[in-house]
Design a protein around this ligand. Sequence first.
Ligand SMILES: CC(C)(COP(=O)(O)OP(=O)(O)OC[C@H]1O[C@@H](n2cnc3c(N)ncnc32)[C@H](O)[C@@H]1OP(=O)(O)O)[C@@H](O)C(=O)NCCC(=O)NCCS
Length: 160
Amino acid sequence: MGVDMITIRPLSEADVATAAAMEAEHQPAPWPESVFRDELAAPSRVYLAADEGGLVGYAGALIVVDEAHVTNVFVEPGHRRGGLGRRLMVALIEEAVAYGARHLTLEVRTRNEAARALYASLGMVPVGIRPGYYGDDDALIMWAHDIDDPSYLEGLRRES
Ligand SMILES: CC(C)(COP(=O)(O)OP(=O)(O)OC[C@H]1O[C@@H](n2cnc3c(N)ncnc32)[C@H](O)[C@@H]1OP(=O)(O)O)[C@@H](O)C(=O)NCCC(=O)NCCS
């Protein structure tokens, strides 16, 4: 199935077990079910799922006043490099803007070249380093400002 057969919808409680199992299998610091549950129950969060008849990816953000802090982005390995990570991020940004966000930020492992390239493709720029943030790696702090500017979102959609 192509990426266009995949639906983006809100991540829900029913996805938690699958999402945590994906994390446990593929992520260096996996989120357990409890973290997904707490996040989904907490206020000021936006969490989206990529659904192809089953969960194949997800992305989430915490909205702090007018800043969206990306908390997690994951695409199941068999579905990578097909544009799904970008599609999830664009949808997440649209939701965050609808929620009142004007700026977008996240931390990413400096050695995570796939994620860094994805975020750069969304106009995010590195602004600093948090040394040892991940224990075995530093965090690169990235920002995109004025994501509520219609020309920013139009540009993203045009490139998608
Ligand atoms: C990062 C991640 C979400 C990307 O998902 P994806 O569906 O493969 O991404 P896309 O296909 O939408 O790629 C969008 C762009 O990102 C960049 N990119 C993605 N994967 C890349 C890779 N392995 N190497 C280099 N660039 C890459 C490219 O610029 C790509 O555009 P292109 O395909 O036109 O060249 C995925 O690799 C993943 O789940 N990784 C593990 C979890 C993770 O690291 N999350 C981020 C935590 S901060």
